[in-house]
Write a protein that binds this ligand. Structure first.
Ligand code: SF4
Ligand code: SF4
Length: 153
């Protein structure tokens, strides 16, 4: 469900531009409002929806998600750390979902440059940066040879 921006709500703060992993939220240089330049390339991660302080970003629901026609309204409430989705069907039914925005305090996640540079061993390792520490586990689970399917060895 790609996103779109209500121009009358957007104040052009650019938070959606900063957070979009697909780099498709841009600020229109004339209207100074954000817009999704390429909905087909939207990851549908909704990071922009959750980040927008003006609740200016909504999504176009797919027919399997909202089969009777719909409106999908999103409400981000930072003080409650929740995001709510209100699906309104053409026949008048409504469904409401509420989820936590995040479980860590806003601004508390360190950025990559706050960490020490990785050693050469860490760079050569197949583990991702800060694994397994970031997952709060001692080591990553791995398949043992006796768990492989016969003939796959
Ligand atoms: Fe970018 Fe994700 Fe928003 Fe799509 S949903 S525009 S990929 S931040
Ligand atoms: Fe507009 Fe919201 Fe994006 Fe800010 S985060 S530029 S208010 S759409």
């Amino acid at each position: 469900m790609p996103t779109f921006v209500y121009m009358t709500r957007c104040d052009g703060c650019g938070q959606c531009v900063d957070i979009c992993p697909s780099n498709i939220m841009h600020i229109d240089t004339t209207s100074r409002r954000a817009y999704n330049i390429e909905p087909n390339m939207c990851w549908e991660c909704y990071a922009c929806v959750k980040a927008c302080p003006q609740d200016a970003i909504d999504v176009r629901g797919y027919s399997d998600f909202a089969p009777l026609g719909h409106s999908v309204r999103v409400l981000r409430e930072e003080e409650k750390a929740t995001i709510s989705w209100k699906i309104k069907f053409r026949d008048g039914r409504e469904k409401n979902f509420e989820s936590p925005i995040r479980t860590t305090k806003w601004g508390s996640i360190k950025c990559a440059s706050d960490y020490e540079a990785p050693s050469q061993d860490a760079i050569n390792s197949q583990e991702l940066a800060h694994e397994p520490d970031g997952l709060n586990i001692k080591e990553l689970p791995a398949l043992k040879p006796d768990q492989f399917k016969v003939g796959v060895l």
